[in-house]
Design a binder for this molecule. Structure first.
Ligand SMILES: Nc1ncnc2c1ncn2[C@@H]1O[C@H](COP(=O)(O)OP(=O)(O)OP(=O)(O)O)[C@@H](O)[C@H]1O
Length: 757
């Protein structure tokens, strides 16, 4: 059974002055007093000390349905007050989040939380109203320690004369159910270090409050312990939320761009939802007021109307925001990130990405999520098959193109172009839309594309980029925030290199893993290279995790999770992981092969040194890669060479012995495996053709039985030799340090016994 909720007052009740003309109005007939409670908590009566938030999410929906059944009107209290010309500002107070966590007293009734926009100025309020009715008390009594309870417990009745009280009661219920299951799920999976919603917190959230962030999102940021907004957030939020300007934002990797667009998008959705529900309730109330005799009949009609409505509802609730991401992982990550900020709201999210069940995505879309986070390919596929919810995608109020420069690369551009044509069908809608274009490596100077046209090599890319910004239809006066540092990489990143022959790269990688323990992400340029390294470093007991575009999506996400969980995780990835992925505390990024573009180098390196943390990037430069290396240092360091990482050369013989042995095993195993596969192929083909194949022919390739036995024996010996070698140490208790930008980044521990992760 649902536990009843009650309000715990944290300050005293204040009487609201009602203007004389309003007192005479019919709505206030019978009321003698309106009181406001500015600070309160909602708590479950029976389980006061339990996690209130958790209970609210489970019970809220049920209660809401019950209340709706009872016909309690659902209009927010401010709306009601506004209608009667009482200035909400006079009863609203700026929420003080810090204060809101202190002092608890019991008191009477009803809560309300609102963010109001007035002439571009935002007023945040959190207030509670108490309404005293001399004719008949219509509000639920809640325990009152002061003994001054105004009504008797459980005596909540419906009274037409006192609609305001009903609104108040109902608003409490609405508040209960505000946590959407999905968002609460996101919260459940949160890591340690979050502030419990019920816990006292000493976090000062005033910096965020000054940026026009709605209270309900502030609360979630506080829970995340995000006390200080990042620079891009500070610059983007007021312009986007208060001034409703389009944003062209560029800032270094890991600088918090997701919230720079995510918070304004959520703020807008919340404001629109509130406006819509107020309108709906207003018209509902008008109907209610017509004739009491018709009330029951109307209720019945409403029930049947409800059914019809759900059929029409696809048209009623079009998506409100579309966020386009270049990769699936990024879309999933952005959804999780935004869900944690939207945890106390009922905003619904959906990811529409390739590699996952289309059927499941159709089901999710049928729930009419307000925010769609998508990769262009799958989204276009669903639009083409005329998915109901996506039919109205052109009505989105916010459009975000994240990683904009990547979006114009091969593989996204065609679909993105079609998508933009589709959602920009109506100029009227485009004008009412707010657009965000974000990147870490794009120069956001609006004149940039033209300027770059002069550089021959860039023409193709910039042509697309220019056409993209035109197609996105950014408003006339976008706010351009270009915070990309001169050297483009994070200030807290240390960049080093190793110059070596191509076949020595394995040695240096192994050496690095042993010498510098930590979460390490290795980037390669090709899948073949990735597979070889995966196999080689598995033999060396480094427990690598592969990640590339040909893997099943589920496996990709699983490997990312495993990597994030292990302090010494070792992920070998293609550039599919280069952009935007926010894996906490990646200590090192190794470019096993030199990236082909400067942008790729910046994005790959940006997986470490995020959110002002320290990080290290090491590039292994082979003789054939000098040109690409030059291009990169030209772009990020004005041509200045990267410093060379110091290497203990006397450790190299041991490293070479281990890696050499592992390589031999790998090559031998590969040959045997290849032959076996060929034999299997012939056997199968022969079966299909009803042919009999002499086994001796098949086995010829594998050698005769004696050879086979010798091979196996040899492999066994080599493996045991390797296991013994790995048990020993490279050089016990030897410390290695690498130079750092700030002098803070150092080798963590002594040389490891072996590289087992
Ligand atoms: N104000 C903040 N305070 C503390 N941490 C923050 C804040 N804003 C964002 N973060 C955290 O910083 C990390 C990086 O943020 P985010 O992923 O938005 O960066 P980004 O700029 O989009 O990076 P990229 O360009 O690589 O995509 C995330 O883990 C995020 O939770």
């Amino acid at each position: 059974m649902a536990a009843p909720m009650r309000v715990k007052a944290k300050c005293s009740w204040q009487t609201v002055k009602i203007p004389q003309d309003l007192q005479n109005s019919e709505v206030f007939d019978g009321l003698v007093d309106i009181q406001i409670l500015e600070d309160y908590d909602l708590v479950a009566e029976e389980i006061e000390n339990d996690d209130v938030e958790e209970n609210l999410s489970r019970k809220g929906k049920k209660r809401k349905r019950k209340k709706e059944k009872q016909g309690v009107a659902d209009e927010p209290v401010e709306k009601m007050i506004k209608k009667e010309n009482v200035d909400i500002k006079s009863i609203a107070s700026q929420k003080d989040v810090k204060k809101a966590k202190k002092k608890k007293k019991n008191s009477t009734i009803a809560a309300n939380e609102k963010t109001a926009f007035d002439h571009g100025e935002m007023i945040s309020s959190k207030s509670v109203l108490a309404v005293t009715d001399v004719v008949e008390n219509t509000v639920e009594e809640l325990p009152d320690t002061s003994g001054e309870s105004k009504v008797s417990k459980g005596k909540k009745k419906r009274r037409k004369k006192n609609k305001l009280a009903k609104q108040v009661v109902n608003k409490t219920t609405q508040q209960d159910s505000v946590e959407c299951d999905e968002n609460m799920d996101a919260a459940d999976s949160d890591e340690d270090g979050l502030v419990n919603a019920d816990e006292e917190s000493d976090i000062d959230m005033s910096q965020w409050a000054n940026l026009c962030v709605p209270d309900i999102l502030l609360k979630a940021l506080e829970k995340q312990r995000f006390e200080t907004p990042s620079v891009i957030q500070t610059m983007a939020l007021p312009s986007a939320i208060r001034d409703r300007r389009d944003i062209l934002g560029a800032a270094e990797t890991g600088s918090g761009k997701t919230l720079a667009f995510g918070i304004p998008v959520l703020a807008k959705i919340l404001a629109v939802k509130e406006q819509k529900s107020a309108q709906r309730k207003e018209s509902q109330e008008e109907d209610d007021g017509e004739n009491e005799d018709e009330a029951d009949e109307k209720e019945k009609e409403a029930d049947s109307g409800q059914k019809m409505k759900s059929e029409e509802s696809v048209q009623d609730n079009p998506p409100m925001a579309l966020i386009l991401e270049p990769t699936r992982e990024l879309a999933v990550q952005v959804k999780k990130h935004l869900q944690t900020v939207a945890i106390f709201t009922d905003v619904k999210f959906a990811t529409v990405v390739g590699g996952m069940s289309v059927e499941k995505q159709r089901r999710i879309l049928a729930k009419q999520p307000e925010v769609i986070i998508a990769t262009p390919g799958r989204l276009w596929q669903l639009i083409e098959e005329e998915n109901d919810h996506l039919r109205n995608l052109d009505q989105v109020l916010c459009l975000v193109v994240d990683e904009a420069d990547r979006m114009v690369e091969k593989g996204h551009y065609e679909e993105l172009t079609k998508l933009l044509e589709f959602i920009n069908k109506s100029q009227r809608r485009v004008k009412g839309r707010q657009t965000f274009v974000m990147s870490a490596t794009l120069t956001m100077d609006p004149g940039a594309p033209k300027r770059l046209f002069n550089k021959k090599k860039k023409i193709h890319q910039d042509d697309k980029l220019k056409s993209l910004t035109e197609r996105i239809c950014v408003g006339l006066k976008p706010k351009v925030i270009d915070l990309t540092p001169k050297d483009k990489v994070a200030q807290t990143l240390t960049e080093l290199r190793v110059n070596c022959k191509a076949d020595e790269k394995d040695f240096y990688l192994y050496y690095f893993l042993c010498q510098h323990p930590g979460r390490t992400l290795v980037f390669v340029n090709s899948k073949d290279c990735l597979r070889r390294l995966n196999s080689l470093f598995s033999l060396l007991q480094c427990t690598p995790l592969p990640l590339h575009a040909d893997m099943h999506q589920r496996q990709r996400l699983k490997n990312l999770d495993k990597f994030a969980e292990n302090k010494r995780g070792f992920l070998i990835a293609s550039d599919v992981a280069a952009r935007g992925l926010d894996i906490p505390k990646v200590d090192h990024v190794i470019h096993y092969q030199v990236p082909r573009t400067m942008e790729n180098y910046v994005h790959r390196s940006g997986r470490t040194a995020r959110a002002s943390n320290l990080g290290l990037s090491v590039m292994l430069v082979g003789p054939g890669e000098a040109r690409d290396y030059r291009k990169i240092v030209q772009g990020v360091r004005n041509g200045e060479d990267l410093p060379v990482i110091p290497v203990e050369m006397d450790l190299m013989p041991a490293v070479k012995m281990r890696v050499g042995l592992a390589r031999d095993i790998d090559v031998k195993e590969y040959r045997v495996k290849k032959k076996r596969m060929r034999n299997n192929f012939f056997t199968k083909a022969a079966e299909e053709m009803d042919m009999i194949i002499d086994d001796r022919h098949l086995l010829e390739d594998l050698g005769d039985t004696v050879d086979q036995e010798q091979d196996k024996q040899q492999l066994r010996q080599m493996k045991s030799q390797l296991t013994t070698a790995l048990r020993g140490s490279l050089a016990p208790l030897r410390m290695t340090k690498y130079p750092t930008k700030s002098g803070k980044l150092q080798s963590k521990k002594t040389v490891d016994l072996h590289c087992s992760m």
